[in-house]
Design a protein around this ligand. Structure first.
Ligand code: DLL
Length: 438
C-alpha cells in the first residue's frame, strides 16, 4: 500500500495532526496573505484564537470570487519565483480562478494522487491510460503525476481522438483508465463500434472516474462493459485538483485525505456549521499548502460526511455522495460552465437580446446548446446579417467557455416570456420531453 502510514492513520491521530496543522496554517495564511490578514482584522479574529479543532468556526470563509478578484496570481503566500505550476478553472464571469503550487505542494499533491490510485486498487506495475484533459484543467496532469509517483507507466492520451484511445486500450492492454465517467461510457460504445469487445479484448482492471456527478447505474454499466472496478474520485482545482477524496474498494463513500484537508459541512444559506452526518455545503481547509493557502473554502458542492468506520480500515471520513451544487454551475462533459459566463458573452455581442436559453443535452456525450433571440431593432435594421452575428457571438462564447457551445439565433419574440424568474437553463440530460429544435 502506498504511504500506508498516512492512509491507515486512526481517527485520534488524524485529529491530533489536524489540530496541530490547523493552528500553524491559520498563522501562516494570516502572516503571508494580505487578504487573510485584512479579513481576520475585519472580523475581529486573531490566529491565536484558533487553539482547538472546533475553533475553525471562527475563521472567515474563502469563496471562489476571492480567487477571481485576485486574478492572475491568486492569493499567493510565497514570492512568484517559488511557484512551479499554475492551473486555472472557470470563474463565474469568464475570469479564470488561478491556483498556484510550489515544489512542496506538488509533492503533496503527487502523494495524494498516488494514495488515491493505491486505495482504488491500482498497482505500480499497471499502465494508466490517462484520458483526462491535459492543460489548465487539473485532471490530466494530476492523474499523470500521481501515476508516476506510484510507479505506474502512463499513456498520456488526453481527451479526444477516441479511435486512437480504443486502439491503445487494446494494443497496450492498459490496466487503468482515467477519465470522466461519461467519456468512459462513450469509449465503451466506440470500442464496440470498432469491432472490439471491451470486456474480452481489453485488460482494464480499475477505472479512476470523476470530475462530474454520475449515478450508480452509470457505474454498473461501465463496470459491466469493461469488466473493471469503477472508482469515484473527487476534487477541485482550488484544492490541488483531483485527489481530495477517493473511494476504496468498498465503494461506500469517498475517503477525504484528512491529514491534508479539514472538512466541515455548513448550511449554505446561513453559513452555520451542521452536525456530523447532515447534508450541506462542503467546506475545506487546506492544512499544509504553501503557495496558496485556503482556509474554509466554500466549494458549493453539497453532500454529507460520515466518520463511521469503513470496512477497509481507513479512518479518513467519507463523503457519502456529492449530491449536487448549491450554485448554478453546470458540469458539461466534465467541464464547468456558469450560466453567467454565457450571458456575459452573449450580451457582449451587439445585436443579441437578453432573451436566451442554455440547454444541456446528452446523446452519448454531453452537449451544450445556446438559443438566443436577435435584438428586435437590430433584426429590423439594414445591417442585420445572420451569419456574421452568429459567428461573432460564437467567438465570444468560445472565448469564455472551455467547451464548444452550438449556437442558434432565433427571431425576436420566439422564446417563452415569464412573469417571474426566467428559466434560462434547461438540463434535459435526464428528461423525456426534450426540446428538439437545437
Ligand atoms: O474536476 C478536478 C477533478 C479532475 C476531479 C478529475 C476528479 C477527477 P474542477 O474542474 O475545478 O476540478 O471541478 C470541480 O467538479 O466542485 C464538483 O462540483 C465537480 N466534481 C469533481 N469530482 C466530482 C465527483 C475537477 N467525483 C467540481 N462527483 C467540483 C461529483 C464532482 N462531482
Amino acid at each position: 500500500m502506498f504511504n500506508e502510514e498516512a492512509q491507515m492513520m486512526d481517527l485520534d491521530e488524524i485529529r491530533e495532526l489536524q489540530e496541530k496543522r490547523l493552528k500553524k496554517q491559520v498563522k501562516y495564511a494570516y502572516e503571508n496573505v494580505p487578504m487573510y490578514k485584512k479579513r481576520f482584522k475585519e472580523e475581529g479574529v486573531k490566529p491565536s484564537d484558533v487553539k482547538k479543532l472546533e475553533d475553525v468556526k471562527k475563521v472567515p470563509f474563502t469563496v471562489k470570487d476571492d480567487l477571481r478578484d485576485h486574478y492572475p496570481y491568486g492569493i499567493l503566500a510565497v514570492p512568484k519565483e517559488e511557484v512551479i505550476r499554475f492551473h486555472a478553472s472557470s470563474g463565474t464571469t469568464g475570469t479564470p480562478t488561478v491556483v498556484a503550487y510550489n515544489r512542496k505542494d506538488m509533492e503533496v499533491w503527487g502523494d495524494l494522487m498516488a494514495r488515491a490510485y493505491s486505495s482504488a486498487g491500482v498497482k505500480p506495475e499497471y499502465t494508466v491510460q490517462n484520458a483526462y484533459g491535459y492543460g489548465l484543467f487539473t485532471g490530466g496532469l494530476g492523474f499523470h503525476q500521481g501515476a508516476e509517483v506510484l510507479g505506474c507507466s502512463v499513456l498520456p492520451t488526453s481527451t479526444g481522438n477516441t479511435k486512437k484511445q480504443v486502439t491503445m486500450l487494446n494494443d497496450f492492454q492498459t490496466e487503468v483508465l482515467a477519465c470522466t465517467p461519461s467519456y468512459a461510457i462513450y469509449l465503451s460504445e466506440a470500442a464496440e463500434k470498432h469491432g472490439y469487445d471491451p470486456k474480452e479484448d481489453f485488460n482494464l482492471k480499475v477505472g479512476m472516474f470523476g470530475a462530474e456527478p454520475w449515478s450508480e447505474e452509470a457505474r454498473e454499466s461501465i463496470e459491466e462493459a469493461f469488466g473493471l472496478k469503477a472508482q469515484d474520485t473527487y476534487g477541485m482545482s482550488e484544492l490541488y485538483g483531483p485527489g481530495v477524496a477517493i473511494e476504496c474498494p468498498e465503494q461506500n463513500g469517498l475517503h477525504i485525505w484528512s491529514d491534508q484537508f479539514l472538512v466541515e459541512t455548513i448550511d449554505p444559506k446561513t453559513g452555520e456549521v451542521l452536525p456530523e452526518g447532515e447534508t450541506g455545503e462542503l467546506v475545506f481547509t487546506m492544512l499544509t499548502r504553501e503557495a496558496m493557502p485556503l482556509l474554509r473554502y466554500r466549494t458549493k458542492d453539497v453532500g454529507s460526511v460520515t466518520y463511521e468506520e469503513c470496512e477497509c480500515g481507513r479512518a479518513h471520513p467519507r463523503i457519502e455522495k456529492i449530491e449536487g451544487r448549491s450554485d448554478d454551475m453546470l458540469i458539461v462533459g466534465g467541464v464547468n460552465v456558469f450560466p453567467s459566463q454565457v450571458e456575459a458573452a452573449l450580451l457582449e455581442t451587439e445585436g443579441i437580446s437578453e432573451h436566451y436559453q442554455i440547454i444541456v443535452d446528452r446523446d452519448v456525450l454531453d452537449k451544450l446548446f445556446v438559443r438566443a433571440e436577435v435584438d428586435k431593432d437590430h433584426y429590423e435594421s439594414e445591417e442585420y446579417d445572420e451569419e456574421k452575428l452568429k459567428e461573432e457571438a460564437s467567438e465570444n462564447l468560445k472565448a469564455v467557455l472551455n467547451i464548444k457551445a452550438r449556437l442558434k439565433l432565433l427571431e425576436p419574440g420566439t422564446l417563452p416570456r415569464t412573469v417571474g424568474k426566467a428559466k434560462r437553463v434547461i438540463d434535459q440530460r435526464e428528461e423525456q420531453d426534450r426540446i428538439e429544435d437545437l
